[in-house]
Design a protein around this ligand. Structure first.
Ligand SMILES: Cc1ncc(COP(=O)(O)O)c(C=O)c1O
Length: 367
């Protein structure tokens, strides 16, 4: 190893600026290696990774179980396409059944693709209704992805700007504003899509009572309720899926008709999922939707192993406990008095509202 010539970081950065489109505000750092919660750059500097690849690397870097799963699968079968059955994707779909609700899975590569698939399926279902439902209502402050349809669903003007005219049929209302929501819904509304805990511009959990009313509204008007769990899925909030926090005193959970997943599902590999109740999923017959590389066996084997590790290492409980500890310290630590307006979220999906400019004190309390 010591004979390996030291990479010329500046030269790599210059090449990167030349070769890559500048649509990301990249930091002037070249990451070279990762292990657990740590990253090393090309100069050998170590970082504690609190970024986790936009939330993809849920088990950290190069987790041995994931490396083993990818290696083992890569020696057996890489890719065949969805003209055939393969076991890794069936096993993963079965894991979703066990941890979420009875449903069927469609696999793709990203959160936005999962949301696109969900919207298409909701429109297929809506098209069967006498009022030919096709419209979608979503929330302000939401994020659902960067395709043309998903920026139309996203409640953030900055994400839409420059890409007009908007795809028709999408409206946004404020979280919690039931009157506004009821007014936005009409006979042509096919779907309501929302994140159970919003994660853009702060962390905003959807209240249980609001979720219950949404479910009722959707049932009453044959509207497909889609929970976008792209960011909240796979254990991050201390439950497998954030909507499982929508439980009343009797343990009754407010469930969606369709749940979409991405990010953590692949542990850093490209995995998106649309998971739908079978009565709705059955409308997606051959020719209606698909993906060339979706359900790639290596990605599926890794994703399934994430479920194994989270279960084996009791990580749901761990995320809950760490989250409670962090919130309690953030709210009660005397050093932070006057600096934090609010700390909220579930498990390790937490947001802190600062009342001052960020400084080192906030980072320190989390140590
Ligand atoms: C809630 C939510 N939905 C959808 C997406 C889009 O996912 P992807 O970037 O994988 O397309 C994101 C990404 O940040 C997200 O947070």
């Amino acid at each position: 190893m010591s004979d390996t010539p030291k990479p010329d970081t500046q030269q790599i950065l210059d090449r990167g600026k030349q070769a890559l489109i500048g649509n990301y505000a990249r930091l002037p750092v070249v990451m070279h290696r990762g292990e657990g919660a740590y990253l090393w750059d090309t100069d050998g500097k170590r970082y504690l990774d609190l970024f986790a690849g936009f939330g993809g690397s849920i088990l950290g870097h190069c987790h041995p179980a994931l490396v083993a799963a990818a290696t083992e699968q890569s020696h057996r079968l890489w890719h065949v396409g969805n003209t055939f059955y393969t076991e890794p994707q069936i096993e993963l779909a079965e894991r979703l059944n066990k941890t979420a609700f009875p449903g069927q899975a469609f696999f793709c590569h990203s959160g936005l693709e999962a949301n696109e698939a969900a919207t298409k399926l909701a429109r297929l279902r809506g098209g069967e209704h006498e009022t030919k439902k096709w419209k979608v209502v979503s929330l302000n402050r939401s994020f659902h992805g960067r395709s043309l349809a998903m920026i139309a669903a996203t409640g953030n003007a900055a994400v839409k700007a420059g890409f007009e005219p908007a795809v028709p049929g999408f409206t946004q209302v404020d979280l919690g504003d039931l009157e506004g929501l009821t007014a936005a819904v009409d006979a042509e509304t096919a779907a309501i899509i929302l994140e159970p805990i919003q994660g853009e511009g702060g962390i905003h959990p959807v209240p249980l009572e609001y979720a219950k009313k949404l479910r009722k509204l959707c049932d009453a008007h044959h509207i497909t309720l889609i929970f976008d769990e792209v960011w909240t899925g796979c254990g991050r909030t201390g439950k497998w899926f954030a909507h499982q926090h929508f439980a009343d005193a009797f343990g009754e959970i407010v469930r969606p008709d369709i749940m979409t997943l991405g990010k953590a599902m692949g542990g850093g590999l490209p995995v998106g999922v649309m998971f739908a109740r079978p009565e709705i999923a059955k409308l997606l017959v051959p020719g209606r939707h698909g993906s060339t590389l979706g359900a790639n066996p290596i990605c599926m084997a890794v994703s399934k192993t994430i479920f194994d590790v989270v279960e084996r290492e009791n990580l749901l409980e761990h995320a809950s406990q760490l989250g409670e500890h962090a919130i309690s310290r953030l709210r009660n630590d005397s050093k932070l008095k006057g600096k934090i307006t609010e700390a909220q979220g579930r498990g390790l999906f937490l947001g802190i509202q600062l009342s001052t400019e960020p400084d080192k004190t906030v980072g320190k309390v989390l140590e």
